[in-house]
Design a protein around this ligand. Sequence first.
Ligand code: TEU
Ligand code: CA
Length: 568
Amino acid sequence: VAEHKWWKDGVVYQIYPASFKDSNNDGIGDLPGIISELDYIKSIGVDTIWICPMYDSPQVDMGYDISDYENVYPPYGTVDDMDKLIAETHARGMRVILDLVVNHTSDQHKWFQESRSSKTSPKRDWYIWRPARYVNGIRKPPNNWMSNFGGSVWQWDEETEEYYLHLFCPEQPDLNWENEETRQAIYKSAMEFWLKRGVDGFRVDTVNMYSKGSMVDAPITDPRSEWQFAGLQYCNGPRMHEFLGEMNAILEKYDAMTVGECPNTPDMTHVLKYVSAQEKQLNMVFQFDVVDIGQGPYKFQTTPFNWKLPEFKKAIETTQVLHRGNDGWTTAFLENHDQSRSISRFGSDAPAHRIPSGKMLAMMMMALSGTLFIYQGQEIGMVNFPLDWDMTEYKDVDSSNYYKMVDERSGHDEKELASAKAALQHLSRDHARVPMAWRNAANAGFSAVKPWMRANEDYAVCNAEQQKGDKNSVLSFWKRMIELRRQYKDVFVHGDFDVVDMENIDIFTFTKTWRNQKALVVLNFTDKEQKVSIAAGFRDQKANLLASSVDNCAPDALAAYEGRVYLL
Ligand code: TEU
Ligand code: CA
């Protein structure tokens, strides 16, 4: 029997510091801004906050390029502000976790500066340096791997005439985890510095990429490119489980919780090993099955909405059954700072449907097993910004690199560029990164000045202040759902998940079972009314209906995007 830990019943609220709340009106969100809204966060019913990287950084990848683990990015505040934030969060009975980004640092980190200074630097081996290959006298990188943000993973360094590895931007060199000294420095600087200040755990960035394996060429999946998708090679390498075991020994001393980001892992035996309690590696991971839906290996090369509901159910099922009958644990999430908005992706952001589909998705999340994660703005039903925004409004390196690549590759072809932009409007990370909509006021009430990123102008119809006072709002519905989840946590958080109607392309029905308690969740994923026959045993509407996302629901039909949950 799995041990009971606080984080299992946890509901975590993710904060993106740049876009949450600007307290000093410089256009950039900050730590005092977060502190000022802790009561709001608490009122949603969550018990833990996760703060995206607030460390010092040149911000090439929005803080996932860290130049100093032991300092705060000055526009966000200071280490003192962090101490205050931790204390204020704890004072409200909530916990706080930070992002742990230790697959790579910024190229401005002093470790890398030393490493690149010469081949004989004592820190040379802290990063991954390789000589060039020469093919017919032409200099080539050591392999054909494509970076997560396009182009080669290898960057040539003129000074010392070697390549260094970067799975993300060239400004994000990968640390060499094979080097014992490097690992100890990571534990001390990136982890213990903050654990000693009282943080309760970490969301561990790209946690399965530390062990790179043999670095042989990846198979050619995109003949038009010199660089190939290699995620299946650099993820889950040979020493991964060993490294995580070692890291866990430090975390255990502080009783810190971990949730690791686990992309490119179709092999469940790896996932299970990461999250099994007896393996002592991580507490849980984010699997990508749901958020990767409809995408090929090249994220944006997808037709919007080219997935069908059964695929979605299968993906949810994969993550929901992971820990069944073993000592592992799972997570439930639809959004984060790397994903576009869930209403726009999985529901409908058409004016008539955004609120209903936002509630329906909230109901689904409420009923899923594992630790629940919600992302700032999800609780008020924020949606993607519109297609007519100019490309200059996209700030993410992932988005702009993709657009640039299509531009170059197509020779500025307007049709191809239009379809690239449509893909970005559907899937870009920028949609999650616009300022939080606080009020019906300029810049969504986020800041008095023009923010670093344009606010979605729909704040008149979607803002936290209005929704607080409206019992029919998405926010009020989320609060109710989180209450229900807590009230019936055995069945919702810990119960066994089973899909009832895998083949149905309109309705998603699943049960949750805990001992002799059973819940039935029925969700209409279409914009039309759907006839349904509620399964035997659940028919007694009055006795068994726990909640519906619409008022006065009909006995044998679901309204457009209605969600309903019954309890036996
Ligand atoms: O993301 C790593 C990751 O595997 C992807 O989801 C990545 O965001 C995607 O390939 C981009 O389209 C993490 C962070 O969450 C992300 O924000 C960082 O950019 C990345 O690591 C590098 O630190
Ligand atoms: Ca500010």
